[in-house]
Structures are given as structure tokens and as C-alpha cells.
Design a protein around this ligand. Structure first.
Ligand SMILES: Cc1cc2nc3c(=O)[nH]c(=O)nc-3n(C[C@H](O)[C@H](O)[C@H](O)COP(=O)(O)OP(=O)(O)OC[C@H]3O[C@@H](n4cnc5c(N)ncnc54)[C@H](O)[C@@H]3O)c2cc1C
Length: 413
């Protein structure tokens, strides 16, 4: 394990490793979910936690430049007093380097997009120690190939990010969070789709099924109604928010919503989102003896209600105690079920469930992973998803990393 403190130290490590053919696996917070940071061929785990500096915040340009080890929580803590925020919020306080490398997103993606929409530029150390800069401080650019976009989502297989330039946003004037309880998961899914289609500027649309609510209640000592629930957030001017909320309430009621409640003060909203953010950990605690397996498909939003039903039926048909939750505003949801990794039969069954859910999404033009990335766990789905463009990706990998030292065995099998 190596803990570089600067770009120049990263350069030294990569030169050393490249000359000797030693694998290097960049490491942020280690919260990625597909075995991304496991050095499967041994080598150097390059931990960026000592490179946690916020180098520059330019409030007038809505831009910040950071080192890779800074977490989104730390960045937001230093932005708040300036009336700004950074919107990408995975449920773990992940590093900006890791988030850029997995093209992470979270509850705010429906409004603000994923990391690929926030990263304006990168400083990258390539496998042979060459330093390369992409992008800049401008909000947009048409100058040649979009290399920033290529490196975002590269999962440590093309190089190490040593600086990241990010887009920032003003903290909205007025924010209201709502909780809507539905008779079943499909009704909740239909309401989510109708809310998006209505054209209102919704901030967040998160879905949890009844089993997730049970888990959250047990974990947080809460007493939310045990039924499929949408968590919604509206932001803007007070008048526009009030209008949107009434529209959303009408949509929810048309789908049989029994309770539509608000959290308007900051403490209440924080509690509500804490419950949503910690749902993953709460589900894990339902079966502490097992490991949670998480699917991450994303489908076109109109397919969402049927996809949710299919996921629920698939889990049940295999006799698994699964929970479903997700950022359904953009068609992304997770089915989570317990697996005993020491039990080959259990593992094979979980893989079949995962493959069925992925197959369903791909058949509808969706993706095997909306936000977690490929890592090692999803390499087997990539051929099916990308077909002929996979070879092009392999050629890019060869160009950036001819000796194959950067996080080998990830993305490609
Ligand atoms: C409870 C929980 C909830 C989660 N919720 C979400 C969610 O809502 N949305 C979401 O998108 N994800 C979510 N995740 C997954 C995870 O938080 C994200 O994938 C996150 O982006 C990983 O960041 P990290 O700092 O932990 O990176 P790591 O896990 O350390 O690394 C991830 C990948 O990035 C590479 N990498 C790390 N740093 C660099 C660098 N400086 N340069 C180049 N490559 C680098 C690594 O080699 C690896 O391939 C969740 C995870 C957990 C445990």
C-alpha cells in the first residue's frame, strides 16, 4: 500500500511500477461495490487519502478544483458558507477521485446529472508517469475529443486522477421534501414516471419498497408506514415549489397514494434523507451474517413500473429475502438480497437473479449498471451490453496503458 502526498509522488510510483510490470490499483474510500479496488493480480494499492486538498473555489465561476482524496461531504462542508453546493451524493462519503472514476451519481442525479456532467477537467497521471491535463474551467467546450468524458468512468484502468475541476451550484432558495406511501411498488413506479413526465423541476425521486422500509425502521428506530414509498424533493422559489407539490400530490393520489406528508424544516428533511441514504446499510443489517448482493440496472423511465414488478417477481421466484430501492427518477434501481459468499450454490443462485434482472434491462435498451460501474463483478455483462464497441474500448486501454498495469482485470475480463 502506497500513500502518495502529491502528483509528483504518483508519477514516481507509476514510473516504478510500469518499468517492472507491477499492477497499480487506485484507491479512494474503497466504497465501490463491484470489487473495483481489489488488487486481483497483486501489486500496489495506491491510496489517495493523503491527497485531500481543496485547491481552489471560485464562487463567481461556480467552479472548484480539488485533489482526488477529498470526499463529497468535506467539499460540501466548505462550500456551504459560500451559498454553494456540489450535488453528486452517493450513499457513502466517497472520494471525488473514486466518484469521477466510477461516474457516480445519487439522489440528485435526476436534476443535476452524474459525475460526467460535473467534471470540467482532469489532471491525470498515465501509466508511464506522463502527466496529462484535459478540459478546463469553462462550463462547456467543443475543442476536439472529449477526453474528460472518456476518463470519467474509467475505474482506474487508464490512469490516476490527481486533480479534478468540478462544477458547483447555488443552494436553492426554498426546499421541500415529501413522502408518499403507495399500495404497491408498481403504483409507486407509475407515480414516479408521471411526476417526471409532468415537466416539473423535481429535485429528487427516490423509491423504497416495503421490505426496505422495514429495514430502515429497525435500523433507525423509525416508524415509517411499511409499504412502497416515494421520497420526493422540490426546490426553487417558494411559489413554484408550492405549485409543483400540489401537482405531484394529484399524481400520487391518482395512483392510490394513501399518505402524502412533508418535511419542510431542515432537521426534518435531513432525517428523511438520512433514512434514505442509510437504507443500504439498514438492508444489510436484516441479515448481518450474509453479504448483500446489489443489482444496479437503469432502464428507460417508461419501462420502470414493469421493470420493478419483474425484479420483485424474480427475487421471489428464487425464494430470496430481497429489498428494492432506487433513484427511480432516472430509471435506476437496486434489488438487494443476502448471499453467503462461502456457499457456491447460494452464490450461483444470486448470480442467476442478477443476470435475469440485467437481461430484462438490456432487452429494453437499459444498462447493467446505472451508477456503480463494472469493476470485476459486471465484466460478464459488458459483451452483451456493448458488443462491437468493446473492441474500441480495449484499443483505448492499450493506448493509455500498453503494459496493462492499471487496475488489471477490471471492466474487461
Ligand atoms: C452504502 C453505500 C451506498 C452507495 N450509494 C451509492 C450511490 O447512491 N450512487 C453511486 O454512484 N454509488 C454508490 N455507492 C458506491 C460507491 O460509493 C461509489 O462507487 C463511489 O464513487 C466510490 O468512491 P470511492 O472513493 O469509495 O472509490 P473506490 O471504491 O476507492 O474506487 C472506485 C474506483 O475508482 C478508482 N479510483 C479511485 N480513485 C481514483 C483516482 N484518483 N484516479 C483514478 N481512479 C481512481 C479505483 O481504482 C476504483 O476502480 C455506494 C456504496 C455504499 C457502500
Amino acid at each position: 500500500m502506497v500513500f502518495p502526498k502529491s502528483r509528483d509522488e504518483v508519477v514516481q510510483v507509476l514510473r516504478f511500477a510500469n518499468e517492472r510490470g507491477i499492477p497499480v490499483v487506485p484507491f479512494g474510500q474503497g466504497s465501490s461495490l463491484e470489487g473495483h479496488t481489489i488488487p486481483r493480480q497483486g501489486g500496489i494499492s495506491l491510496d489517495t487519502r493523503l491527497m485531500g486538498g481543496i485547491l481552489d473555489i471560485r464562487p463567481e465561476d461556480f467552479v472548484a478544483r480539488v485533489e482526488p482524496g477529498v470526499t463529497h461531504g468535506k467539499l460540501n462542508a466548505s462550500l456551504e458558507e459560500r451559498g454553494l453546493f456540489f450535488p453528486v451524493d452517493p450513499g457513502w462519503d466517497a472520494s471525488i477521485g473514486g466518484m469521477a472514476a466510477t461516474n457516480a451519481s445519487g439522489t440528485n442525479a435526476v436534476r443535476y446529472g452524474a459525475m460526467k456532467d460535473q467534471v470540467l477537467g482532469l489532471e491525470i497521471v498515465l501509466a508511464d508517469g506522463t502527466v496529462m491535463r484535459t478540459g478546463g474551467m469553462a462550463m462547456k467546450s467543443s475543442a476536439g475529443y472529449n477526453l474528460t468524458g472518456l476518463f470519467v468512468g474509467s475505474e482506474g484502468t487508464l490512469g490516476v486522477f490527481t486533480q479534478i475541476t468540478l462544477r458547483l451550484y447555488p443552494i436553492p432558495e426554498y426546499v421541500l421534501a415529501a413522502r408518499a406511501v403507495f399500495p404497491d411498488i408498481e403504483a409507486a413506479g407509475r407515480a414516479a414516471v408521471a411526476t417526471i413526465r409532468s415537466g416539473m423541476r423535481i429535485g429528487r425521486v427516490e423509491l423504497v419498497d416495503a421490505r426496505t422500509v422495514e429495514a430502515v425502521n429497525a435500523y433507525k428506530g423509525a416508524d415509517y408506514a411499511v409499504s412502497a414509498t416515494l421520497f420526493l424533493e422540490f426546490s426553487g422559489s417558494e411559489a413554484s415549489v408550492e405549485e409543483d407539490v400540489e401537482k405531484a400530490r394529484g399524481i400520487a393520489e391518482a395512483e392510490g397514494c394513501s399518505t402524502f406528508e412533508f418535511e419542510s424544516d431542515e432537521a426534518g428533511r435531513k432525517r428523511l434523507w438520512e433514512a434514505r441514504h442509510e437504507a443500504g446499510i439498514a438492508i444489510k443489517e436484516l441479515h448481518p451474517e450474509a453479504k448483500p448482493m446489489t443489482t444496479d440496472v437503469c432502464v428507460p423511465v417508461s419501462d420502470l413500473p414493469d421493470a420493478l414488478r419483474h425484479a420483485r417477481e424474480t427475487i421471489e421466484s428464487y425464494g430470496l429475502d430481497g429489498a428494492i430501492l432506487g433513484h427511480v427518477g432516472d430509471g435506476n434501481y437496486h434489488a438487494v438480497f443476502p448471499v453467503d459468499p462461502e456457499d457456491d450454490e447460494d452464490l450461483a443462485r444470486a448470480e442467476r437473479v442478477n443476470a435475469e434482472i440485467v437481461g430484462y434491462a438490456l432487452a429494453r435498451g437499459g444498462t447493467s449498471t446505472g451508477e456503480h460501474g463494472v469493476g470485476f463483478g459486471k465484466t460478464k455483462h459488458l459483451e452483451k451490453e456493448h458488443g462491437d464497441s468493446l473492441q474500441f474500448m480495449r484499443e483505448i486501454k492499450k493506448l493509455a496503458d500498453p503494459n496493462g498495469i492499471m487496475n488489471p482485470g477490471k471492466i474487461f475480463s
